[in-house]
Design a protein around this ligand. Structure first.
Ligand code: SAM
Length: 289
């Protein structure tokens, strides 16, 4: 029987009895940072990928999906956004997409773990080059919760919470206190995009319910949209779209967004409408909170 020479695999649990695995061709880095366990690995299919505390954060192969969908929907609803705050996002993928809007004047990014930035600059240039070559980017190594707590009122038009899941350093980014401070820091037509987890496996559903309960308490408009990403649990993941003023569908400005002339690999304004059209079982989960 043919066996592979290396036969080395990376595996992670997507549920207590469900694993996702990919064969590894290279191990670039494995280190315990002051915040989390960081791995930079490589597979034939997914290319170079980063894991934190045993969960894939991004891969060269499918990061375009996640970074398109965290960045572009808000700019298609409010094309006048000028001041953006990214929380987390140490790999640079979200900053890369936001920096493609030349009219954006302020781009602050607060990443708690400098080791993530260093590792991605070294091993993941497809997402991280913006971290060293974008003059508008103000990269702060610090805790997003404290940063937002101390930020002045009305200092941003868009906050993108590109964090890890709600445990470890990311846990504090899923609290009512955090969302209340985001609302205070956002302008009257501000938009918050946050991690809304998954709707298939029980543990992810619990996190989705928790996030939605808290966001609905703070924002008048709290919608959820999904996207297909092979390396996340069940291959389908969700973001939250929260706003004081704009509805992501009725206020979509598809023509204005088209004028930016961005060539995106995943996002378009037709898909935008579909992403917010949720399956009945997901609607039921969100209506139950
Ligand atoms: N999931 C994204 C993707 O698929 O491309 C990548 C997420 S990014 C790597 C998540 C980042 O959030 C990590 O680098 C982590 O260090 C950061 N983070 C977690 N908690 C944070 C906090 N409280 N403040 C700032 N950054 C935080």
């Amino acid at each position: 029987m043919l066996t592979k020479a290396n036969d080395m695999w990376y595996s992670e649990y997507h549920d207590y009895d469900v694993k996702f695995s990919t064969e590894i061709t290279e191990v670039f880095l494995q280190e315990q940072t002051p915040f989390q366990y960081l791995q930079m690995l490589k597979s034939d299919t997914f290319g170079t990928f980063m894991t934190l505390d045993g969960y894939i954060q991004l891969t060269e192969m499918d990061e375009f999906v996640y970074h398109d969908m965290i960045s572009h929907p808000a700019l298609a609803v409010n094309p006048s956004i000028k001041r953006v705050l990214i929380i987390g996002g140490g790999d640079g993928g979200t900053a890369r997409e936001v920096a493609r809007y030349k009219h954006i004047s302020k781009l602050d990014m607060v990443e708690i773990d400098g080791a993530v930035v260093d590792a991605c600059i070294k091993y993941m240039p497809t997402t991280s080059s913006v971290l060293t070559n974008e003059p508008r980017l103000n990269l702060i190594i610090g805790d997003g919760l404290a940063f937002v707590r101390d930020a002045p009122d009305n200092s941003y038009d868009l906050i993108l919470v590109d964090s890890t899941d709600p445990f470890g350093p990311g846990e504090d980014l899923f609290t009512v206190e955090f969302y209340k401070n985001c609302s205070r820091v956002l302008s009257e037509d501000g938009i918050l995009i946050n991690q809304h987890e998954g709707a298939f496996y029980e543990g992810d559903v619990l996190q989705m319910k928790k996030a939605h309960t808290k966001i609905k308490e703070v924002f008048t408009i709290a919608r959820v949209y999904g996207f297909n990403i092979p390396t996340y649990a069940s291959g389908y993941w969700y973001f939250g779209f929260a706003s004081k003023k704009y509805d992501p569908i009725s206020d979509l400005k598809a023509d204005k967004w088209a004028e930016f002339g961005l060539d995106t690999k995943y996002y378009n304004t037709e898909l935008h409408k579909g992403a917010f059209a949720l399956p009945n079982y997901v609607k039921k989960i969100l209506e139950s909170v």
